[in-house]
Design a protein around this ligand. Structure first.
Ligand code: GAR
Length: 189
């Protein structure tokens, strides 16, 4: 049986990207074929290269150019796309081409704290400001609506009133490390 070839898109640190690559390194079902970033100095690129995964950097114009992106994804036989901390909006041609084959990780319990401008620490600061008693992570399908696609999985953690935004981020990050690769595996096996 051939393995499902996935591409991971990421803009920054890449802890999820690294975790996913490692998780599937000896998998019979999933193979990480490509890591794509919009930032040439993103730490995720080194992490992926060190793990032997091909990396590509695309600028805004290239990301939005069907004649650039689709041949690149075809070259690596990409069948499924994982957005793991990828900040640019995905162009419609990719959303359509990967309908129900592209997922996004979001660091809150959507529909709370989602939408444009809600990423990374902005999310955790908003959770803190709202005095939430819990937060968590969401995995959802990518659609043309930012953070609006159907929810695939959510995992939650309790917060205490003393938690700072950094504490909230750390608790939520633990959930991502524990659960995100498993969600991908379940979708693809
Ligand atoms: C993750 O926490 C992910 O949930 C978040 O970016 C972080 C990437 O961290 N995604 C968003 O905020 C998307 N709106 P990483 O680069 O260490 O994996």
């Amino acid at each position: 049986m051939s393995r499902v070839s996935i591409a991971i898109f990421a803009s920054g640190t890449g802890s999820n990207c690294e975790n996913i690559i490692r998780y599937f390194q000896s998998s019979n079902t999933v193979c990480t074929s490509l890591v794509v970033s919009n930032k040439s100095d993103a730490p995720v690129l080194d992490k992926a290269r060190r793990l032997g995964v091909t990396t590509k950097v695309v600028n805004k114009a290239e990301l939005n150019d069907e004649q650039v992106m689709m041949p690149m994804l075809r070259e690596y036989n990409v069948q499924f796309i994982v957005l793991a901390g990828f900040l640019p909006i995905i162009p419609d041609f990719m959303v359509n081409a990967f309908d129900h084959r592209m997922i996004n990780l979001h660091p809150s319990l959507l529909p709370k704290f989602g939408g444009k401008g809600m990423w990374g620490h902005h999310v955790h600061e908003a959770v803190k400001a709202a005095g939430e008693k819990e937060t968590g992570m969401t995995v959802h399908w990518v659609t043309p609506v930012c953070d609006g696609g159907d929810i695939i999985a959510q995992f939650r953690c309790q917060l205490s009133p003393d938690d700072t935004a950094d504490d909230i981020a750390a608790k939520e990050h633990q959930l991502e490390m524990r659960h995100f690769p498993e969600v991908i595996e379940q979708l693809l096996s």
